[in-house]
Design a protein around this ligand. Structure first.
Ligand code: UDP
Length: 496
């Protein structure tokens, strides 16, 4: 008799903001009885193999399947296989080309592994055809907010920004239950200027419509209006199963292992930041992070440093190592020294154990670039935010956080720009930073209310992944539906 166990293949896109939540999702499927295979490359697997090994030892049926990244063919050094390793536009182009070239190897694996279903990142639109050829469902993995998906959908369809006199004129996003305004300058470049990327993104959104459905790392209590809009007007079959990071990583060791930071930071450093946080009063520290990709030029770093220092509040700031090398004549090292002396600030170089910091009682707020995972993770910890979007869909997320959920203050960024194309001009001045920090970390009514709403959403985030919660039920329902599909397929084959 054929096994009733679901055989599911996951294909993550190699950038932390997409890969981390997909690995967490794959682990959740395995924890709920599926046989899971994750396809990835050698350099990428090192950041999460530990978590997979530990799940496997706990009796879950989960493994990784490695493919060879074509480093030499695209002219990249060995080990550079992730978007986060791209330090320039040229390098990003090469990494993207390398990922593109994996298609043949992946298609062969899809055939060999004989999955009942594939769950592939939104960045792989071509996998819809693979699934069709194999006669199996493809689930589109969308790693950002429902709100961003809806906003992008209606702007693409109705083009409210076209015909405006200036890039800085405001337009209202059509089709949404809230009245939200933004400017053309805040849209991603592929929407403002037609290019190769425009075709690629259009294909990506169409592939969602042609997929069996979409897995969304969000939860009903957070964005029910937009979950509904996605299902009804946009006609997408969606399952909200988030926040997957809180669900899949319930203890500290898992939180660390899942993010590969043990390889990057040494244990000594880890003890130091923890001791520093332990010495601070509850809710007094602002965590400042721009995610896994953004690299800021020297002048931006200077404004941030002055803004944080002048605000007078405690902070932990994550600075990418490559930022440090860029012509600052030791400015940041001096700053770090000064902050150590005053005991006001702590710099973490390169990669922070973000979940652990956010969950620490001393942490009282976050400055975020509005990457969806960071928003969910801080929300899960009940923290209010300063919204500092940089590129991609982060400007939509800013609107969700500041105007709809009302759990954050905008720092006032005017232009959506890929970090690799930043000029030396500063986009946000230190005075603006001070203003936002004072509102968020101060004791005013606005801060209290934002903090209270964030806390309530954090509680909802915890409940939704427990047995009987919305996200929990959605995952179980999706697994059951895939099992029924498998069964009917097997029956149809028998009857033939
Ligand atoms: N992250 C981390 N340490 C860092 C920077 C990022 O653990 O120093 C993790 C963070 O917790 C999140 C992911 O990397 O899970 C970043 O995803 P997000 O969507 O926030 O932003 P992106 O990096 O895609 O811009």
């Amino acid at each position: 008799m054929e096994s009733q166990q679901l055989n599911i293949v996951f294909l993550p896109y190699p950038t932390p903001g997409h890969m981390i939540p997909m690995i967490d999702t794959a682990r959740l499927f395995a924890k709920h009885g599926a046989n899971v295979t994750i396809i990835t490359t050698h350099a990428n697997v090192s950041s999460f193999q530990k978590a997979i090994d530990s799940d496997f030892s706990a009796g879950h049926s989960i493994k990784t399947q490695l493919i060879q990244f074509p480093s030499a063919q695209v002219g990249l050094p060995d080990g550079v296989e992730n978007i986060k390793d791209g330090t320039s536009l040229e390098m990003l182009g090469k990494i993207t080309r390398g990922i593109w070239m994996l298609q043949d190897q992946i298609e062969i694996l899809f055939q060999d592994l004989e999955p009942d279903c594939i769950v592939t990142d939104m960045m792989y639109p071509w996998t819809v055809q693979c699934a069709a050829k194999l006669g199996i469902p493809r689930l589109h993995f969308y790693s950002s907010s429902y709100f961003s998906n809806c906003a992008c959908h209606f702007i693409r369809k109705c083009k409210p920004h076209e015909g405006l006199v200036s890039d800085t004129n405001k337009f209202t996003i059509p089709g949404l239950p809230h009245s939200i305004q933004m400017t053309t300058l805040q849209l991603p470049d592929w929407m403002r200027n037609k290019s190769f990327a425009t075709g690629y993104f259009e294909e990506m959104f169409e592939s969602e419509e042609r997929s069996y459905g979409t897995i969304c790392n969000s939860f009903h209590e957070l964005e029910s209006d937009y979950e509904k809009l996605c299902k009804t007007i946009m006609g997408i079959k969606c399952w909200s199963i988030g926040p997957v990071s809180a669900w899949a990583n319930k203890d500290d060791d898992e939180k660390k292992a899942n993010r590969g930071h043990m390889e990057i930071n040494n244990i000594g450093n880890e003890q130091e930041w923890l001791n520093w946080l332990n010495s601070k009063p509850n809710d007094s520290v602002l965590y400042v992070s721009f995610g896994s990709l953004t690299r800021l030029p020297h002048l931006h770093l200077v404004e941030i440093a002055h803004g944080l220092e002048n605000s007078g509040h405690n902070f932990i700031w994550v600075v990418r190592k490559k930022d440090r090398d860029e012509g600052g004549n030791g400015f940041l090292q001096e700053f770090e020294k000064r902050m150590k002396e005053s005991d006001k600030g702590y710099i973490i170089w390169n990669w922070a154990p973000q979940l652990l910091i956010l969950d620490h009682p001393a942490t009282g707020g976050i400055v975020t670039h509005c990457g969806w995972n960071s928003i969910l993770e801080s929300l899960n910890a009940g923290l209010p935010m300063i919204a500092w979007p940089v590129f991609a869909e982060q400007f939509y997320n800013e609107k969700l956080v500041t105007e709809i959920l009302k759990i954050g203050v905008p720092v006032g960024v005017k232009e959506n720009k890929l970090w690799a194309s930043f000029g030396e001009e500063a986009i946000v001045r230190s005075e603006e930073i001070v203003k936002a920090v004072e509102i968020l970390m101060g004791s005013g009514q606005d801060s209290k209310e934002m903090r209270m709403r964030a806390k309530m959403l954090g509680d909802a985030a915890k409940r939704t992944i427990e047995e009987g919660g919305h996200s929990y039920n959605n995952l179980i329902q999706l697994i059951d539906e895939l099992k029924s599909l498998k069964k009917s397929k097997a029956l149809a084959v028998k009857e033939d």
